[in-house]
Design a protein around this ligand. Sequence first.
Ligand SMILES: [Zn+2]
Length: 196
Amino acid sequence: MIKAKRQTCQQCAKPLSTCYCHLLEKKANAWPVCLIQHLNESSHAKGTARIAQLSLKNLRTIQLGDREPFTPPENDSDFWCNPVLIYPNSENRDIAELVGTSPRPLVVLDGTWRKSKAMLLSSPYLQSLPKYSFETERPSRYRIRKASSPDFLSTLESIVAILETLEGTGNDYAQMLEVMDWMVTTQLGFINSTNP
Ligand SMILES: [Zn+2]
């Protein structure tokens, strides 16, 4: 049997039947975000991190190869001014301490916990950054977290939680989570209907 080639959306990389682009809202985040992804995990481009990439105007993504230590790009020094690393760990300071201060670039490691740790350990630059943790209270997302890969979801949910903490009511980022809910629900429905 020859499989028909699925048509995919060029923007969100989803099959047209589950494309979520009509739900996206662009937000001008005051605190810039840099997502650092491991190349081997480039499927993240199709996960929920993609929603952040398509929703936030002030976001850039850097992809790292295997054992490639991260260093900030030399041609982008304006962005890399006084960044902080988001790294959930009880020993790190709480991101809430930065509320009310001037926006700084937020470096977010997008990968499994193990990959994120490896990216941190391989980069003296990342290790030198001030590290901040955060707390979030979104119990209603638990169902969805269980339904899909926690790694994808934690990246998007982390970014939303951090921006909401830092920017208060300046921007409404809830739509990013709405898109995530819709994407997961649509995918689950699709899987259930094709694999009864
Ligand atoms: Zn799309």
